[in-house]
Design a protein around this ligand. Structure first.
Ligand code: 5GP
Ligand code: ZN
Length: 140
């Protein structure tokens, strides 16, 4: 775990979520990984899949974390298929690629009928719908 993960000079929001210090709608969690709903979703059910160990980049991830992370990613994809069998899995790596949170995370972004291009506008999600999507995705 790097300095940011220890809540030092540069506290990391995803480390805080992984430690349950910051609130989030967690859909799955195990010893090595956590998945939660994006706070500003690009589509209904937009979920982030995150290793608990603080690393910025996939290339920094210890190889023994590859399998746990891919396993959680697949699990989340299976659950997202409850909403739509069409989705994008994404990794923004580096600021020029759109990375804002410098703690490795995969996006799982469901796609729906009528959405012809990749969504760029963050959707307002009501409290009620947030609860409903959370309930659907967190169930085993
Ligand atoms: P990036 O552009 O770094 O790949 O994506 C970061 C994502 O994290 C964005 O989609 C953003 O909406 C989401 N995000 C940022 N802060 C928070 C937060 O505090 N909670 C949750 N649940 N998502 C966050
Ligand atoms: Zn972190």
């Amino acid at each position: 775990m790097g300095a940011a993960g220890k809540g030092g000079a540069a506290p990391c929001i995803f480390c805080s979520i992984a430690r349950h210090e910051a609130p989030s709608r967690i859909v799955y969690e195990d010893e090595n990984t956590i998945a939660f709903l994006d706070i500003a979703p690009l589509s209904r059910g937009h979920t982030l899949v995150v290793p608990k160990a603080h690393v910025d980049r996939l290339t920094d991830l210890p190889p023994d974390q590859y399998a746990p992370l891919l396993s959680t990613l697949a699990r989340v994809c299976r659950r997202v298929e409850r909403l739509s069998t069409h989705y994008n899995v994404g990794l923004n790596q580096g600021a020029l690629a759109g990375q804002i949170v410098f703690h490795l995370h995969f996006h799982v972004i469901p796609r729906y009928e009528g959405q012809r291009t990749f969504p760029r506008v963050r959707k307002e999600i009501t409290e009620e719908d947030g609860r409903s999507v959370h309930g659907l995705l967190r169930a085993d």
